[in-house]
Write a protein that binds this ligand. Structure first.
Ligand code: BG6
Ligand code: MG
Length: 216
């Protein structure tokens, strides 16, 4: 039986509903730039870094901006996002995720965060879950974002665990692709995801026993 050695968690949309805040902040910015924006298009931005997301929005709207203007709009989006995350508390943990993280940790499996967000550190601190993560890999520590496998490979390396013994937990298609390219088991949160090894409807369905059975 194959043993799970590490579980690598995405943050936004897996541990807390900040995916919704990213959506709202990008929507506001797109409206300001007069670019159509809806939930279907937003799916393409999930898991994708800040500047890359802005580039996708501009491409979608057929607009070009100078590097200086792009920096301005990206930081404007981030200011709005930072206001939204400023009052996050442990009550904002998605249902069932705390129990699942505790179950994983107390069973001796290593845990890491693998988040494309540069705001990951303050968010996990406000959520009160830093003690449940052995390592934190965020956007500042990688060169290539999801769907590139770098972030998951780096998290496994920091945990000193083989990729084949790791499970990545993701709500974004770009994230599932990154996990699969890393040679790991992909646990997808959200029924619209493709190519994941196990898909749950939401975080209330996460539990170690079911995961172990599927991983074996
Ligand atoms: C990812 C989100 O976790 O982080 C994306 O899924 C977001 O929506 C990306 O764009 C970058 O986040 P930040 O906080 O660095 O702008
Ligand atoms: Mg996510």
């Amino acid at each position: 039986m194959n043993e799970i050695k590490g579980v690598l968690f995405d943050l936004d949309g897996v541990i807390t509903d900040t995916a919704e805040y990213h959506y709202e902040a990008w929507k506001k910015l797109a409206e300001e730039l007069d670019i159509p924006f809806d939930r279907e298009f937003n799916e393409k931005l999930k898991g994708v870094g800040r500047m890359e997301s802005l580039n996708l929005i501009l491409e979608h709207g057929g607009k070009e901006l100078s590097e200086t203007d792009k920096e301005y709009y990206a930081s404007k989006k981030n200011d709005h996002y930072k206001t939204m995350i400023s009052d996050i508390t442990p009550n904002d943990l998605l249902p069932g995720i705390l129990e699942f993280m505790e179950e994983v940790k107390s069973s001796g499996i290593k845990t890491a965060l693998a988040s494309s967000s540069k705001n990951a550190q303050p968010v996990i601190e406000r959520l009160g879950i830093t003690h449940l993560l052995d390592e934190v890999v965020d956007a500042s520590k990688i060169e290539r974002g999801k769907p590139n496998p770098e972030i998951f490979l780096k998290a496994a390396e920091q945990l000193r665990q083989p990729a084949s013994g790791c499970v990545g937990v993701e709500d974004a298609q770009a994230g599932v692709e990154a996990i699969k390219s890393a040679g790991m088991f992909a646990l997808g949160v959200g029924e619209s995801l493709k190519k994941a090894d196990w898909i749950v409807r939401d975080t209330t369905e996460l539990n170690l026993e079911d995961l172990r059975q599927r991983f074996a």
